[in-house]
Design a protein around this ligand. Structure first.
Ligand SMILES: [Zn+2]
Length: 475
C-alpha cells in the first residue's frame, strides 16, 4: 500500500508523493513561547512527530521545520509587565518547550527558526507584497488586502461573502480597507523599543504580525513550495489561510501541496483546551500529578486518530500507562525467552499478518490507534504461545521485528537512548577517578554536564547510581 494522507485542501485522502523524489519538505507551526505549552499544543506537536516518523519509516529523507513564535502581543504585554526585554522573557519558555519535547521523545526537527531572527526575510516579503499591491500601509501598519487574492478561503472552505459581511478576523484597532484584511506589520509604540520589540523597515519602524513569520521562514528553509504543512485545527482559519495568501501572492507558486490538521484535545469537561479559556494543563502539571511523560505520549498519539477529538482524563492516562507497561513487559519477556526447538507456523503466519496490517493502518492516513489495536490483540496470542513454550527462533525474531515496527512510531518500549547507559557509566567512572585524584572541579563539571542532559547522580553506599530527572526537577 502507498502512503495516503487526508489533505484538508481537497477534503480527501490522497496518495502522497513529494515534489523531489525521496525527500519531503515539511513545515509545522510551533509554539508561541509566551508561557508553557499546554497538553492541547503538545498533541499537535506529537502529531508532527508521528508524521515525521512515518515518512522516515516509509524511506523518505525529511527536512522538517518548526518555528518558535517569540514575538506576539502577549509576549510584549508580559515583557512590559516584567520590565524586561522580549528576548529575556521568552528564554525559560523556549527552553521548557525543548525539555517537554525531549521528555515526550519527539524527534528533533532539522530547523527551529525563531521569528525575531528572521525579520529581514519578513520585511522583504512585505515589501514585495506592497509593491504588487497585495498589501497597503495604513497609519503606520501594513495590511494584506484580501480582495487582491480571490482564492482566499479555499483551505477552510469558507464563504467569502459571509467573511466580508460579518466576521471580524483581527482585533487591530487601526484603519483598514476591509474588516477582514489582516496585519503584516504593526507600527512601533515608543515603549516597544525598550523591550527590544521594534525593527526598522522601509515602510516604517515596527514588528511583524504573526502570520507573515511562517510564510517567510518556510520560504527561507524549504523554498516556495512545501510538500506538507501541518498544524492544529484551530490554526486552519485564519492563520493558515493567511499564510497561503501571503506566500502565493509573493511567490506565484503553490504554497503547500498537502495540508494536515490535527483535532482538539478537550479537557475533563469536554471543552477545547486553550490558554485563553483559562483551565489548561501542562506536561509539568501531569508529571507533578505522578504521570509518566511516556504515558502522556502514548495517550496523545495512540488513543485516538489524529483527526478525532480526544478528552484528557486521569483514567485515559492510566490506561495509556498500562499499555506502555504491557509492551515493555512483553519485550522483556521475549528477550528472556530461550526459543523452542521448532517454530509455530500458525503463530508465524499471524505475526506476519499483523506486521502487514500495522503498516497498512499507518499508510492509511496514519491510523496508529488501529495499528496498535492489532498489535495488542496479537500480544495475547503471543503470550499464550510463550506460556506453552511454542515460540521458536524465527517466531522470536518476527515478534521482535513487530515490536520494533511499533516502536518506530510509539517510541515507548526502549528504556533509554541507545548507548546512553554505557556513556553515563563511563562518565561516572571518570568522575570517580577525578575525585580520587582530588580534582574536584573536574568531578563537579562532569556532574553538571550530566545534569544538563537530564541525568542525576546519587551517591549511595553501593557506589554511584544515576537516574533520569523528571521535567519538574530540571532547571
Ligand atoms: Zn504558522
Amino acid at each position: 500500500m502507498t502512503l495516503r494522507l487526508h489533505n484538508t485542501l481537497t477534503g480527501r485522502k490522497e496518495d502522497f508523493e513529494p515534489l523531489e523524489a525521496g525527500h519531503v519538505r515539511m513545515y509545522t507551526c510551533g509554539p508561541t513561547v509566551w508561557n508553557y505549552a499546554h497538553v492541547g499544543n503538545l498533541r499537535a506537536f506529537l502529531f508532527y512527530d508521528l508524521v515525521r516518523r512515518h515518512l522516515r519509516v516509509s524511506g523518505y529523507r525529511v527536512t522538517h521545520v518548526m518555528n518558535l513564535t517569540d514575538i506576539d502581543d502577549r509576549i510584549l504585554d508580559q515583557a512590559m509587565h516584567a520590565r524586561t526585554t522580549i528576548e529575556e522573557y521568552v528564554k525559560p519558555y523556549a527552553q521548557a518547550f525543548f525539555e517537554d519535547m525531549a521528555a515526550l521523545r519527539a524527534e528533533r526537527a532539522e530547523h527551529y527558526p525563531r521569528a525575531t531572527e528572521h525579520i529581514p526575510e519578513m520585511v522583504d516579503m512585505i515589501s514585495s507584497l506592497i509593491e504588487h499591491e497585495y498589501a497597503y500601509i495604513a497609519d503606520g501598519d501594513v495590511y494584506f488586502r484580501i480582495d487582491s487574492f480571490p482564492r482566499y478561503g479555499e483551505l477552510s472552505h469558507l464563504d467569502r461573502a459571509g467573511l466580508k459581511a460579518g466576521v471580524r478576523v483581527a482585533t487591530d484597532k487601526y484603519e483598514k480597507e476591509s474588516v477582514s484584511d489582516f496585519a503584516l506589520w504593526k507600527r512601533s509604540h515608543p515603549e516597544d523599543e525598550e523591550i527590544g520589540a521594534s525593527w526598522d523597515a522601509p515602510f516604517g519602524k515596527g514588528r511583524p504580525g504573526w502570520h507573515i513569520e511562517c510564510s517567510a521562514m518556510s520560504k527561507r528553509y524549504l523554498g516556495d513550495t512545501l510538500d506538507i504543512h501541518a498544524g492544529g485545527i484551530d490554526l486552519m482559519f485564519p492563520h493558515h489561510e493567511n499564510e497561503i495568501a501571503q506566500s502565493e501572492a509573493a511567490n506565484h507558486k503553490t504554497f503547500a501541496r498537502v495540508w494536515l490538521h490535527s483535532e482538539h484535545l478537550s479537557d475533563a469537561t469536554g471543552e477545547k483546551m486553550s490558554k485563553s479559556a483559562g483551565g489548561f494543563t501542562t506536561l509539568r502539571d501531569l508529571v507533578a500529578a505522578g504521570h509518566d511523560p511516556l504515558a502522556v505520549r502514548m495517550f496523545l498519539i495512540a488513543n485516538a486518530h489524529y483527526r478525532s477529538r480526544v478528552r484528557l482524563s486521569p483514567e485515559a492516562l492510566h490506561a495509556a500507562a498500562e499499555q506502555v507497561r504491557r509492551l515493555r513487559e512483553f519485550a522483556e519477556r521475549l528477550d528472556r525467552t530461550t526459543p523452542a526447538g521448532e517454530d509455530d507456523h500458525a503463530l508465524a503466519r499471524r505475526t506476519a499478518e499483523v506486521r502487514a496490517g500495522y503498516r497498512d493502518a499507518l499508510d492509511d492516513d496514519l491510523n496508529l490507534p488501529q495499528g496498535v489495536g492489532l498489535v495488542f490483540d496479537h500480544l495475547r496470542e503471543a503470550n499464550a504461545a510463550l506460556d506453552a513454550g511454542r515460540v521458536g527462533p524465527l517466531n522470536k525474531d518476527a515478534l521482535r521485528a513487530l515490536l520494533s515496527d511499533v516502536d518506530a512510531h510509539l517510541d515507548v518500549i526502549r528504556a533509554e537512548e541507545p548507548g546512553l547507559a554505557e556513556e553515563v557509566e563511563r562518565l561516572i567512572a571518570e568522575r570517580e577517578t577525578a575525585r580520587r585524584e582530588r580534582d574536584f572541579a573536574r568531578a563537579d563539571r562532569i556532574r553538571e554536564d550530566l545534569k544538563s542532559r537530564g541525568i542525576a547522580l546519587e551517591d549511595s553506599k553501593d557506589g554511584v547510581r544515576w537516574r533520569r530527572l523528571r521535567p519538574a526537577e530540571r532547571s
